[in-house]
Design a binder for this molecule. Sequence first.
Ligand code: DAH
Length: 337
Amino acid sequence: MEKRLKRIEEDALNEIESARTGEELEAVRIKYMGRKGLFTDLLKSMKDLPEKERPAIGAKANEIKGKLAGLIEAKLKSLGKKGSAQEASIDVTMPGVEITRLGHKHPITQVINRVNEIFIGLGFKVKEGPEIENEYYNFEALNIPLEHPSRDVFDTFYIQDDILLRSQTSTVQIRVMEKEKPPLQVISSGRVYRPDAVDASHSFMFHQVEGFMVDKNIKFSDLKGTLSLFARQMFGKDTKIRFRPHFFPFTEPSAEVDVSCIMCAGKGCRVCRYKGWLEILGAGMINPKVFEAVGYNPEKWTGYAFGMGIERIAMLKYGINDIRLFFENDLRFLRQF
Ligand code: DAH
């Protein structure tokens, strides 16, 4: 029995020594130490030994087994360290793992990009404005005086007395006009904030796109043409638009603009509440008071402006019924776009 053990040990040492790859080493390990390996055989045949010889042989066998396991381990490590791809188990000719789940842009970003693309095609330039603003840009310069009831609609979060989170992107009109001279064609998007209770169609933070044009002799028909072209590119070539009279402090006259329902093409369905129309934005001719605030001569310059909620557009475009989904970061939702 002892001789047999000795021979097994010697053979195993030789085979470990001459193994060149991780796979060969694994084969050696299985041959000797596997469930049906030579050591298992040997230990099983111990029952034929006289009772008093068994413990010594058993101990010896386990000792050798432990030593061999250690050697295999050490050799595996040294093979790995040499980084010998060919020698170890990496087949460099194997095709790579295909990456099937690349990240992509958030649906809100996708809609902003699409809106920008359409207006850039019409000669607009993309500008940015700050989310942290003061009362002047969010209200006064846009003809929303402190005591005027229209301020309620645009109420927001205050950081300090005069410092607030903008509640509309119309602030960018003032920021750009103060710095630049007409003619101007500007589009600007970003976050806005309002202290609204959160539900399926309200969020205390959402995104708007603001657009405006200033030049000589700009007419309401220019606004109509531009928005109608936008609606057709955004929602499909048969989309119609409709203007309803409305009030905004920074435009005069002002309108709310609807598109023919993109679900039922105006026939009436649940999405448009059987009206055939969906409201998508506010617009109008820039109020002379706004021009005065930025030092433009209202006798000389004319212009239009419009503003729309991005979430609303995205919800209509993709048939999403809850605004909260955009901000929960649930990948099962986001992966669909
Ligand atoms: N700022 C308005 C809002 O937040 C949207 C808007 C309406 C923007 C009319 C405009 C405009 O530029 O002319 O509800």
